[in-house]
Design a protein around this ligand. Structure first.
Ligand code: ZN
Length: 255
């Protein structure tokens, strides 16, 4: 079978025996795939410094003949995003982003918009953008692409607009808002969003990716948004994201 070509970002790499590596990739054409790189530990020319988490590659591959394991023939570096492996706060944020992609994407279910979002997030981190803001915007947009777009313009019960309640609670059951009048008194404060945070998130939902970096937001507001979106994601996935603990520490998120 002849080799095919695609772009891909490395999500995860594990050793396989003495010589091989198993690589989890996200490609705009293939979605999330797992591939074996035969002899990756020996072949300096084909794979050295390329099969590392967060690298953006051009790959030559062969699809599986049976099962789901692709065969990775060669990889060329498009962007190493080296600072994501050498700067701790960026590393933790990129790991969180990789983990979200792995949980929210289906195997071999490609979405070029998810790939573009992943590329935007790593580029922003590599350019030194504030990690908490990049993580927040990434998560917000990923939820939208996966069919879980939070509805952030009014109370879903009484339809009160944003300006008419001091804050709202994001209801994780369906990603809608409840105002102070409609929510129960025992509602979870980790899902509370201020008017400023909501306006920021609502506008960020509809912007071009390249414009997102221009959005300005105080650190405390970013932290509130990230906490609420994370809790909504955890509800959807019904499991924790392992790297959340480290991300909370490096971003100072209070949830
Ligand atoms: Zn209401």
């Amino acid at each position: 079978m002849t080799n095919r070509q695609s772009h891909a970002i490395v999500l995860k790499v594990t050793a396989h025996g003495e010589a091989d590596k198993i690589v989890t990739l996200y490609s705009p054409d293939l979605g999330r795939i797992t591939a074996i790189a035969k002899g990756a530990n020996r072949s300096k020319k084909r794979f050295v410094n390329k099969l590392e988490p967060f690298t953006f590659l051009q790959i030559l591959y062969r699809p599986p003949t049976r099962g789901s394991l692709f065969f990775l023939s060669e990889a060329e570096l498009v962007n190493a995003y080296l600072s994501l492996r050498t700067t701790y706060s960026r590393y933790v944020t990129a790991t969180f982003i990789n983990e979200l992609i792995q949980r929210f994407s289906g195997e071999q279910d490609p979405d070029p918009a998810v790939f573009a979002l992943l590329g935007w997030a790593f580029h922003s981190l590599d350019q030194g953008k504030f990690p908490a803001k990049t993580a927040t915007l990434f998560l917000l947009r990923l939820l939208g692409l996966c069919g879980y777009q939070p509805q952030l313009s009014h109370c879903s019960s009484c339809r009160r607009p944003l300006e008419q309640s001091p804050n709202f609670t994001l209801y994780p059951g369906n990603g809608t808002l409840l105002c102070t009048h409609c929510r129960s008194t025992r509602s979870d404060s980790s899902l509370t969003l201020s008017l400023q945070t909501l306006k920021f998130l609502h506008s960020a939902q509809h912007m071009e990716l390249q414009q997102l970096d221009r959005l300005q937001l105080p650190a405390a507001t970013t932290s509130q948004a990230l906490g609420a979106l994370y809790n909504y994601s955890r509800y959807l996935l019904q499991q924790d994201i392992h790297s959340w603990k480290q991300l909370k520490q490096v971003t100072g998120t209070q949830v």
